[in-house]
Design a protein. Structure first.
Length: 238
C-alpha cells in the first residue's frame, strides 16, 4: 500500500490524490471513483474549470463529453463515439470531420439522383440509310441541376438485316439532335444474321428543363429489323 502525503494545512474543498478536504469535520474524504449523476453537468456550454474525468452533457446537440488529459493537454472528448447530429435526415451517413463522426449528406458528385427507363417488345424496321427515330423507344428526364450529367444506355436484344454486307446501326439522340454518342454497328455478311447491339453515353445537357432521349436506327442497305429494346437514363450529380 502506498502512503499518501496529505498537505499540512488544507483548505475546505481542496482535492489531493483522489481525496477532498472536509474542513467542517476535519477529515479527508475519498472522491467518488465513478461519475455519479450529480457529477454530470447538463448545459448548453462547457463547464468552466473542469476536472480530469468530469462529464458534461451538451444539451444543444445531445452529446456526452468527458474531460480528458492525454498527458500533454486536456480537452473535452466525445464519450459516445461522436454521434453528433440529432437532426439528421433520411439518407445521411456518418462521416469523419477530422475530430469526430457526424451525420452528413453523401458526397454529391457521382451520386445517382434519379433513374427513368422505357422498354418496347415489338420489332421496328427501317430501310433508311440515315438515322430515324425508333417509334416508342424514347423517355424524358428533368435534371435537378445544370451540372448534372445524364448516363444513357440503349440496348437492343436482336438486330438483323435482309441484305448481306449491310451495316445496321443504333444511336442515341437528345431533343431530336445527335449528341455525339458512339454509334453501335452490326455488319452482316449474310442476310438474316442476328446480333444484339448496345450504346452507352454520358451526356452533359447543361439544363434543368425536361429533355427527351430517343433511340435512332439506320440500315445501310436492305431492311434493318430491331427487336426488343430498352432505353435507360440515370441522372448523375456533377
Amino acid at each position: 500500500m502506498v502512503a499518501i502525503n496529505f498537505p499540512d494545512s488544507p483548505t475546505n474543498g481542496q482535492e489531493h490524490e483522489g481525496y477532498v478536504w472536509d474542513a467542517t469535520n476535519n477529515v479527508w474524504n475519498r472522491l467518488p471513483t465513478l461519475p455519479a449523476l450529480d457529477l454530470v453537468n447538463f448545459s448548453a456550454v462547457a463547464p468552466t474549470n473542469p476536472q480530469d474525468g468530469q462529464f458534461w452533457f451538451d444539451t444543444t446537440v445531445g452529446k456526452m463529453y468527458v474531460y480528458y488529459n492525454d498527458g500533454s493537454s486536456s480537452q473535452w472528448v466525445s464519450a459516445i463515439g461522436g454521434l453528433a447530429s440529432q437532426t439528421g435526415t433520411t439518407g445521411q451517413v456518418l462521416t469523419y470531420d477530422g475530430t469526430e463522426w457526424v451525420a452528413d449528406d453523401l458526397p454529391a458528385s457521382g451520386k445517382i439522383l434519379q433513374v427513368v427507363s422505357v422498354s418496347v417488345t415489338n420489332t421496328f424496321t427501317t430501310t433508311s440509310s440515315s438515322f430515324v427515330e425508333r417509334t416508342g423507344l424514347s423517355v424524358s428526364i428533368t435534371p435537378s441541376s445544370t451540372s448534372s450529367k445524364i448516363f444513357a444506355q440503349l440496348v437492343h436484344g436482336g438486330v438483323e438485316s435482309t441484305s448481306g454486307y449491310s451495316a445496321t446501326q443504333a444511336n442515341i439522340y437528345a431533343g431530336g439532335v445527335d449528341i455525339g454518342a458512339p454509334i453501335s454497328s452490326v455488319y452482316f455478311a449474310n442476310g438474316g444474321d442476328r446480333a444484339p447491339v448496345s450504346v452507352d453515353y454520358l451526356h452533359s445537357p447543361n439544363t434543368t428543363s425536361a429533355i427527351t432521349y430517343a433511340a435512332y436506327v439506320s440500315a445501310s442497305s436492305g431492311t434493318g429489323s430491331f427487336r426488343r429494346g430498352t432505353l435507360t437514363l440515370m441522372e448523375v450529380a456533377g
